[in-house]
Design a protein around this ligand. Sequence first.
Ligand SMILES: [Zn+2]
Length: 408
Amino acid sequence: MVPRKFSLLLPVFLLAVPLSAQQQTPSKPKPRVIVVGVNGMELDIIRPLLLKGQMPNLSRVIENGAYGKLRTVSAPNCPRVYTTLFTSTSPEEHGVTGFLVGGITANTNMMKEEPVWSMLSKSGITVGMANVPATFPVMPVNGYMISGMLTRGKNCEDGVLCAPKLSEVMGGDAVYPKSLQPELLKNVGDFYIDCERMPAAADLKGHETELINSWLDKVQVIRDQQTKLFDYLLTTHPTEFTFLAQSCEDRTGHWLYPISPFNVGYNPSINSVRQDAFPNQYIAFDKVLGSILKHMDENTYLIIFSDHGIKPLREFEEKDPHAHMDHEKTTPVIAKHDFADGDDVPGSFFAMGPGIKHDLRLMGLGASVYDVAPTILHIYGVEQPKQMRGRVLTEIFEKSDNKVAAKQ
Ligand SMILES: [Zn+2]
């Protein structure tokens, strides 16, 4: 394995300070930034919901901020894009090229470039992260980190698209610092760290309605647990930079995208059961967003992004003609995102906060996943390191030379 180009070590003064004391800022308050990642949020699905008034919280963010498509990388999938966003370097540079790298489930030990949370930690900014994909095993930060998608555990040995509980994690730490784990078990409960595994085609056959409904019920249980976790962390462990993520939306879309008989893979015994299932994920997400918005104040920036969209099958796959059946080896997948041309499935970007323009729509694909980390560093006045390929999204700020509330 290629050694990292960055050090995990935090300055000694940060490591010596207990979690609670780190959160008290001595002088002028630094900006607060809350980032919410929604895995695979698809604008084609959320736009009708916004028009119908079914996502009032996201509508509020759009009215009071900037939004648009977010260009993603080729063959986008969650670990590949998230790590690109963390580091603003290409998948080949940061090393997390997919779910599996050299036959091993992607993990933070593979990351060869420095992620934004490490840079912020070293700059004395408090960092809190929960359920962010591709953050297992957790890394030391100036605050806390709870891993997300790709966490390994009981009945989820490879960590790929399954849902271990916090108490069932194996093969690494899911919580930093370790002392936070018993506190979470006591106050939040033994929550699922990732979303539910999708059912196999063989299990579905003949039990479609029953299995689809029970799977969706469990997804809602997981989302309720996540909402409780986020609310607990934002209330009892507020940090200057907070990064939270959701992953159930994408998984629902893969096999319950509301496709029509025209589309490839349409199977009425599955696809006519719950046509509302995928849109409903976003209505449910909007409620989670509502509980996060309660923690905003006039000094807080909110960035919501998706790493890619998701579309019905649209590409011949010469290497594996059955690949469309195979998001997790066996699931009857009818929508995907890892198309060769990432521009087929752009993600989305929403930002609101002090000095960010209101009601600004970003046209085209000018904003990219590479630009998110530089823009976050800019808000804190931290210099963008030269390896970062993205740029600050200056067009979202009111004035180019007075963009941020409390630039250091
Ligand atoms: Zn996916």
